[in-house]
Design a protein around this ligand. Sequence first.
Ligand SMILES: N[C@@H](CCC(=O)N[C@@H](CS)C(=O)NCC(=O)O)C(=O)O
Length: 346
Amino acid sequence: MVASANPLTLMGAAGSPYTRKMVALLRYRRIPYAVVWASHRNPPQGYPEPAVKLLPTFYFPKAEGGHHAVVDSTPIIRRLEAEHQGRSALPGDPVLAFLNYLIEDYGDEWLTKCMFHFRWAHQADADNAGPMLIFWNEPAVSDEEAASAAAFISRRQIDRLYVVGSNATTAETIESSYTRLLFILDKLVQMQGYVFGARPSSADFAIYGQLTQLGIIEPTSAAIMTKVSRRVRAWLDRMEDLSGLAPEDNHWAPRATAAERLKPLLTEIGRVYAPFLLANAHAVMARMEAFEAEIDGRAWKQPTFPYQAKCLKWIRDEFSALSAADQADVHSMFAGTGCDALIAGL
Ligand SMILES: N[C@@H](CCC(=O)N[C@@H](CS)C(=O)NCC(=O)O)C(=O)O
């Protein structure tokens, strides 16, 4: 057990959905932390660089002194579970833990397509995001410098929209998936508060992270959220700081209840994310540079994304680690949702 007298230091940015995911999780778990608002262009002095320069970057203390620079929120959450007891963000039931893994991954990897798309695809949103990205890190910069830096970063990000699959062909698929998620989340929050019951899981924090941008920063997607669900918009403000929540074991919904209530969300994941993961993994295996698929009845095209082929493999690994009885339960929960394709043949 790590003594928690020293805060765990991380570097992040307010406009980084994964940073927001992790800061909210640390608050909920009451893990003392110190977030440094910076970027890999101006990182905090005295810390090592991570192998892949992403935000957030965590600086875990080494036993012999110094730090390890670690990225990737999903495994970091599991590491924090092992190092800090209580207020767990992972359901104890192995089947629900598996579903939580899948939904967290959908939040991190599909909803981020929505986030990146809404940030840069429409002019009004890009005009808003460019300066915000500068001021989040450099509050004292002059207006002139901010304007030219914003123009530079906006151009770079707009040019990278194609990387996540945002283009004229896919825009409608991305935008309608965001709106459907809001309707689905509205019902879950109304019924039980969070995705897996009356306490938050890492899936809630993943969805929350992306929605801190979509629902608050980007004018177009924020207006959609307000129109579809003020309940979800209010949920975001509460999710930011759940340090006062008193979670109990029985606040996780029982397996059968969760299975029934999660059907619409699983159906959404099966509708967009499962076909994407499968087509992308197939393209990676075939060493294709780009791929085309049908998602939600429309054409989808984008460059292959090797990291997301690993995401599919990790989902399958999590499934394979379940007992035969638990796997059978997952198969029956997935029937008719489209998620069954993710574990077909395992
Ligand atoms: N899978 C990683 C993703 C982290 C990530 O992609 N972070 C973005 C910012 S939100 C980033 O640093 N992108 C690199 C860049 O923008 O140069 C996680 O869960 O932490």
